[in-house]
Design a protein around this ligand. Structure first.
Ligand code: GRG
Length: 308
């Protein structure tokens, strides 16, 4: 374990109960998502049931948690950050629903439950993803904008992370790379877009909701980028080391689909080392917050050490 991360980890064990903190944040996020989404009985009920089915299937809520923790680090409030935290989770869930479709990763399980298309059929699953993506922008309008960050900038931030240069670019490169031998640099390109972009956006939105300074926004960008890359390497490692039951989705899919992953390209030990180095870089970015970023540090540690 790298030095910075170890010191921070020790501090957390003494003074910060991450499990309780995460559970508390998840409960607040779940309540807010429930309020923001149309009721399951609202016509046409099928689509609202399908949206809610995946949204409340037991996701870890890492992106909204990062958003709220970043807001705190910048002296902001939970109320101001919550709409943006919820918007990001809707985008994340949409991407998972679409990723699981037969035309993409073709998976039967996600978040420990049957995938959306397995329950509602492909047509409704596609529409549930579309609706969640659209819902995200409606939810984002609940945030008012702040002196340093106009409403326009907030919407652009969300759109860019979800668009064809980031999240979708990563998915395209991932699809096109299947079965091909790709370099570590190309794999990094995929991880930056498929995974890191939305995690980074989550942290930045939290900062923006607190009207953070340009220096703080830069630090959150640096933090989110590196945590996002580490997150995906850990995800690739877990795909090899964990069971489907532990992951709540089909394990071992990457190697069966001949996907390029860090463990496949550089080996397991080097992958773990790179994930630790990236987490270390993320920690260093938080120095500017002078002890106010305890929740962000704890989240980065959790993401490095997670087992699902
Ligand atoms: C635009 C269709 C489309 C897809 C974008 C999200 C995505 C790319 C693909 C899904 C598969 C994948 C490996 C994504 C990378 C990000 C990632 C590891 C997602 C899983 O996130 P967790 O572990 O999931 O936070 P939960 O269920 O806990 O929210």
């Amino acid at each position: 374990m790298s030095e910075t991360a170890t010191r921070a980890g020790a501090r957390h064990r003494g003074s910060f109960d991450l499990q309780a903190d995460l559970a508390g944040r998840a409960a607040v996020i779940n309540r807010a998502l429930d309020c923001f989404l149309p009721r399951a009985t609202m016509k046409p009920a099928t689509i609202h049931k399908a949206m809610r089915y995946s949204l409340f299937a037991g996701g870890k809520r890492m992106r909204p948690a990062l958003c709220l923790a970043a807001a705190e680090a910048c002296g902001g409030s939970m109320d101001a950050a919550l709409p943006l935290a919820c918007a990001v989770e809707c985008i994340h869930t949409y991407s998972l629903i679409h990723d699981d479709l037969p035309a993409m990763d073709n998976d039967d399980y996600r978040r420990g439950k049957l995938t959306n298309h397995k329950v509602f059929g492909e047509g409704i699953a596609i529409l549930a993803g579309d609706a969640l993506l659209t819902q995200a922008f409606e939810i984002a309008t609940a945030s008012l904008g702040w002196p340093r960050y106009s409403h326009r900038e907030i919407v652009r931030e969300v759109a860019r992370a979800a668009g064809s240069l980031q999240l979708i670019a990563g998915q395209v490169a991932d699809l096109e790379g299947e079965g091909k031998k790709i370099s570590a640099a190309e794999l990094k390109y995929i991880h930056e877009r498929k995974t890191s972009a939305l995690l980074c956006c989550s942290a930045r939105l939290g900062g923006m909701s607190a009207n953070c300074t340009p220096g703080e926004l830069k630090a959150l960008t640096e933090f989110g980028y590196h945590v996002g890359l580490a997150f995906q390497i850990i995800d690739d490692i877990l795909d090899v080391t964990q069971t489907s039951e532990q992951l709540g989705k089909t394990a071992g899919k990457d190697s069966r689909a001949q996907k390029a992953t860090y463990p496949a390209i550089v080996g397991m030990d080097t992958s773990r080392k790179i994930a630790r180095q990236l987490t270390d870089r993320a920690f260093r970015a938080l120095k500017i917050f002078r002890g106010r970023a305890v929740a962000l540090e704890a989240l980065a540690m959790y993401l490095l050490q997670r087992d699902r």
